[in-house]
Design a protein around this ligand. Structure first.
Ligand code: AP5
Length: 217
């Protein structure tokens, strides 16, 4: 089990998706799960939207229940990458319980480090495919055709929580509620700091080496 930790826009989704393809293990993003539910208009989606659009965290009990259900699915038996969970000390405790129950120890927590200036640049230029969830950036990773996904031809959109106001709030929430996890996992000897300002392929190669060294499957 592999956890990706980092501020909004650090590249968690981009890197975790690529790494999951290389390692052939699922990429589980709590943010993606909520966005799918929001797109379908389910009760969970409607509830999550009230928090997400403002940049607040969805309550711990709801997120932990969803992750628990997802981790018990068959495709997680060979390992998985968790992106965006845990995000609070309470979620970290819930994850520890899940990992004990599933006999799947946490092997490493990758802490993606990016400056705040770069985060703002990345989030304000991000575009997502409405259909397949692929991530683009209008400058760093532009689609071949403006507004259209390279992979499925779907429409690209800007997330509601990528407005300057919501970004500022998400960063505050990250510093208050998620940053304490860095110390927690450092003390447990699980933290791996990664400079995530480098080109994606360079970072992926570094992550693959770490994964191989840690037997993350
Ligand atoms: P979530 O979707 O997890 O959002 P986040 O943590 O704010 O992270 P982002 O998705 O914004 O960024 P990222 O680090 O994945 O960066 P990306 O790869 O897209 O969660 C959304 C919301 O859901 C939360 O605010 C909360 O409300 C709720 N939620 C989710 N999990 C929860 C939990 N556990 N508890 C409670 N609530 C929860 O990259 C960003 C941009 O940069 C892209 O455009 C990309 O193309 C570009 N980029 C990436 N890497 C590079 C690079 N190396 N060089 C250049 N450009 C790059």
């Amino acid at each position: 089990m592999f956890v990706f930790l980092g501020p909004p826009g650090a590249g968690k989704g981009t890197l975790a998706k690529r790494l999951s393809e290389v390692l052939h293990i699922p990429h589980i993003s709590t943010g993606d799960i909520f966005r799918e539910e929001m797109a379908k208009g389910t009760a969970l989606g409607k509830l999550a939207k009230q928090y997400i659009d403002k940049g607040d965290l969805v309550p711990d009990s709801i997120v932990s229940e969803i992750v628990k259900g997802r981790l018990s699915q068959k495709d997680c038996e060979k390992g998985f990458i968790l992106d965006g969970f845990p995000r609070t000390l309470q979620q970290a405790e819930a994850l520890e319980e899940m990992s004990n129950e599933l006999h799947r120890p946490l092997k490493a927590v990758v802490n993606l480090q990016v400056s705040e200036e770069e985060i703002i640049r990345r989030l304000s230029g991000r575009r997502i495919c409405r259909n397949c969830g692929a991530i683009f950036h209008i400058v760093n990773m532009p689609p071949k055709k403006e507004g259209i996904c390279d992979f499925c031809g779907g429409e690209l959109y800007q997330r509601e929580d990528d407005t300057p106001e919501a970004i500022r709030h998400r960063l505050q929430v990250y510093h208050q509620q998620t940053e304490p996890l860095i110390r927690l996992y450092k003390e447990k000897g699980l933290l791996v700091d990664i400079n995530a300002e480098r080109p994606i392929e360079e970072t992926i190669q570094h992550l693959v080496k770490i994964a191989e060294g840690n037997d993350l499957h």
